[in-house]
Design a binder for this molecule. Structure first.
Ligand SMILES: C[S@@+](CC[C@H](N)C(=O)[O-])C[C@H]1O[C@@H](n2cnc3c(N)ncnc32)[C@H](O)[C@@H]1O
Length: 238
């Protein structure tokens, strides 16, 4: 939807690429933050590759859900050597999405502003990889997957959506804090028992110290890789 050439994707949620062309300079703290998130994600991907959980040669398209300012998006793009038209970032915060574009991580056409879950649930585009990085206790932000929040079934809704937008043999990687990962693991364990999905859970390397020195992610962050998932079977309740 557009009025006077201004894309109202943020309001409508989907579809969207943002309709602005002027590039704003990125301030130094934001750049540092992007670089930090980039480095963390690259280290994670290298670790997963070292354990043979991912294979660069099999990933030709990717979607980064809840991309934030784009550090992990940039990591996924460069690690798998993806062209701009083979990767998208889903981000519902317009300011964050603008940073992704203004810092040249991705062009307008590859950044979708709005509810990424709604986008994924449409299943209009399929990806070899869907990433969801650090939806956790990011300073004062509580876990996106926390069932006590206003969107209690976000884990389920995200996975149902992601399943619809995955290629055959596609994978979903969720990398987050202990609370978030604990909930994802609990859900996946139940769904695996019902043969609705298969997954691997591992500890990532290193510890997580933010640029300002705050130890953000508790003692036990983790990674869940969904290796198989049936979008028609995932249960809403565990
Ligand atoms: C904790 S931040 C993580 C950002 C980034 N993945 C990283 O690791 O640096 C979570 C991000 O998810 C975005 N987000 C939350 N719910 C979303 C949704 N339903 N669709 C798209 N983005 C969402 C938020 O705006 C926020 O930028």
């Amino acid at each position: 939807m557009s009025i006077n050439g201004v894309n109202l994707a943020f309001r409508t949620g989907y579809p969207a690429s943002i309709g602005f062309s002027k590039k704003e300079p990125i301030d130094e703290p934001t750049l540092n933050f992007i670089n930090w998130r980039y480095k963390e994600t690259i280290e994670l991907l290298e670790h997963l590759e070292g354990l043979s959980y991912i294979d660069r040669s099999r990933i030709n398209s990717a979607c980064d859900f809840g991309a934030g300012c784009g550090g992990p998006t940039r990591a996924v793009k460069s690690f798998f050597d993806l062209e701009d038209n083979n990767i998208i970032a889903l981000e519902n915060n317009r300011k964050n999405a603008e940073v992704i574009i203004n810092s040249d991580i991705l062009p307008n056409s590859s950044v979708i502003i709005g509810n990424g879950i709604e986008y994924l649930q449409k299943g209009e585009r399929k990806f070899d990889l869907i990433t969801a990085c650090m939806f956790g206790s990011d300073l004062n932000i509580y876990s996106l997957f926390d069932r006590n929040r206003s969107t209690p079934d976000l884990t389920v809704e995200f996975l149902k959506g992601a399943a619809k937008s995955l290629n055959e043999n596609g994978k979903i990687i969720i990398f987050s804090d202990p609370v978030t990962i604990g909930k994802v693991k609990m859900f996946c364990k139940d769904q695996k028992a019902k043969k609705n999905l298969d997954y691997i859970c591992i500890e990532p390397p290193g510890i997580f110290i933010s640029p300002n020195g705050i130890y953000e992610y508790g003692t036990d962050p983790g990674v869940v890789i969904i290796t198989e998932i049936d979008p028609d079977k995932i249960d809403t309740h565990i």
